[in-house]
Structures are given as structure tokens and as C-alpha cells.
Design a protein around this ligand. Structure first.
Ligand code: FE2
Length: 294
């Protein structure tokens, strides 16, 4: 579909670079077109924007309420704009969608590259709707009946957790999406820990096959916006110089999918707590049950 902007697709799976648009102070029509392009391409890149802090926040607010990052301290006063500085690694180099351990995970993230290393530090995104659609029918069917426990262990907060459907439905496009990731998903609720590990490993390696991905090389002043409902991303930890980003996150909605078709796994003849993720799941389910009883 044509656009009023200059749009160049970067890979067949997802991703487009958008030029001829100024994000600072843009109007409602521009935002509506960006929303449309985002549904079409899942991640958009806008080179040469150089937004200041206020412009970055104002641009993000066009898409909904901003979410403070629950576990990062280096934010602005209102806890909305986060600056992440890294040199020699220290970046999120495991595949993830942002804040998937929350009951309402992040909807969009808006990131501006402030300073780039001379080489390296690219980011990759994967299209998790396409990855679901290209699974075989029996595996799609199995995944749709499962749920998974996510937690904030990578942020040092393993007690912050939530259970989401393994397959969520995108509320705007209706597409079904694999919603498990390497960084935050710990355990499929209805499977034994061994089966869960195998299936999660398989799904992650499937989602991140090169043909479902796009890779982007940054320039300072480039702004990216992506839909966390239907993508995962990963920063390449292959740089030595300084890499500074500023990011804001737009509040999300509750992932919707089918109800689990099975009860939480219990090892026949006894408790299933053979691993710490089993124990974590058992305790979480117990807490949920107690909360429901009030
Ligand atoms: Fe991220």
C-alpha cells in the first residue's frame, strides 16, 4: 500500500525505513499514518530525527500512556525516558519482547540512538506472527493450548512474574503470535520441565531463523518504533565503543489467546518441583489461588 512518506522495506519478514517525515511536533495525521505503517511492517526506522528529550516524550505520548520501566533507575524525573549507556556489552543480547513479565507488557517502544560505536551494536528484530504462521498445523495447535510463566529474573527480580498464553492474538490485525522469548519466559505451565525446555528452545530457534528477521545498523539521531506484541529483538554484543540509547515505552494491553487446554503439569505420583522453575511455578499458582479466595 502506498504511503505519503518515502518507505523502504528492509527485509521480506518485517522492518521499513521511513524518510520525508519530521517526528518532532508531528500532527495527528502523521501519527495515524505511522500507526498504519507499524501494523504493516512491525518495526519502523526514522533516520536523522535528533529529537531532544521533550520531543521524544511528546512523540511517544501520541501512541498512548507512557510506562515507567519497573527495574531501571537511570530515568528522567518523571521516570519515562530511559537512557541506557553501554560499552563492551552490557546490552540486552538475549531475544525478548519488552517487559513481557508484566500483566500488561509493553505495547510500543520508541528508541533513539544517541551515540553509536564505530562498528557493531546492530539490533535484530524477528516477526513472531510470521514465525507462528509457518509452524506445522499440529505444532500450531499444541502451542495454542499452552500458557507460559514469564519473570523479571534478568532484572534481578525473579519474583515479578506473570502467566501469558503461548499464542496471543494481535488485537488490531487478528494475527496469531508466538509470545514466548528467551530472556523472560521461564516455563510452559502445562508441560514437564524437560518438555518445556525442549519446546521453548525449539520455538526460540525457529522464531530467530534469519528469514523471520531484520537487522538494522544505527546512526546517531535515528528513531525506531516497534510493536512488542508481534516482534522480538536482540542487540548484538559485538562492539567496543560507547553505545547510548534513549527509550520510552508505551503501556500495553493484556495478551489474549485461547484458554489453556490442560491443567498445570503435575508429575504423576508427587510434586513436580524438580527444578527451581517448577518450584517457582507451583508457588506462583498457589499465590494466585490464595488471592482468588481472598
Ligand atoms: Fe528490549
Amino acid at each position: 500500500m502506498g504511503s505519503r512518506f518515502q518507505v523502504r522495506r528492509l527485509a521480506s519478514a518485517l522492518g521499513a525505513e521511513v524518510r520525508d517525515v519530521k517526528l518532532a511536533g508531528c500532527d495527528g495525521e502523521v501519527i495515524a499514518e505511522i500507526r498504519r505503517l507499524l501494523l504493516e511492517h512491525q518495526v519502523l526506522f526514522f533516520p536523522d530525527q535528533h529529537l531532544d528529550d521533550a520531543e521524544h516524550v511528546a512523540f511517544g505520548e501520541n501512541f498512548g500512556e507512557l510506562e515507567g520501566h519497573p527495574h531501571l533507575a537511570n530515568a528522567d524525573e518523571e521516570q519515562r525516558l530511559f537512557v541506557l549507556k553501554a560499552s563492551r556489552g552490557g546490552v540486552a543480547d538475549e531475544w525478548h519482547s519488552d517487559l513481557s513479565f508484566l500483566p500488561q507488557p509493553a505495547l510500543f517502544s520508541v528508541l533513539q540512538l544517541m551515540k553509536c560505536p564505530e562498528v557493531g551494536g546492530d539490533t535484530l528484530w524477528a516477526n513472531t506472527a510470521l514465525a507462528f504462521e509457518e509452524l506445522s498445523p499440529p505444532l500450531r495447535d499444541l502451542c495454542e493450548g499452552l500458557s507460559a510463566l514469564h519473570n523479571a529474573e534478568p532484572h534481578g527480580r525473579p519474583e515479578v512474574m506473570h502467566i501469558h498464553p503461548v499464542v496471543r492474538v494481535h488485537p488490531e490485525t487478528g494475527r496469531k503470535i508466538l509470545f514466548v522469548n528467551e530472556h523472560f519466559t521461564r516455563r510452559i505451565v502445562e508441560l514437564s520441565v524437560e518438555e518445556s525446555t525442549l519446546l521453548l528452545d525449539y520455538l526460540q530457534s525457529w522464531i530467530t531463523r534469519p528469514r523471520f528477521t531484520v537487522r538494522y545498523s544505527w546512526r546517531p539521531g535515528t528513531v525506531a518504533i516497534w510493536d512488542n506484541r508481534c516482534t522480538q529483538h536482540n542487540v548484538l554484543n559485538d562492539f567496543e565503543g560507547e553505545r547510548i540509547i534513549q527509550r520510552i515505552t508505551i503501556m500495553g494491553d493484556e495478551p489474549r489467546g485461547e484458554e489453556p487446554r490442560w491443567t498445570p503439569y503435575a508429575r504423576p505420583g508427587g510434586p513436580s518441583d524438580t527444578s527451581r522453575y517448577d518450584r517457582m511455578l507451583r508457588n506462583f499458582l498457589k499465590e494466585q489461588a490464595e488471592a482468588r479466595r481472598g
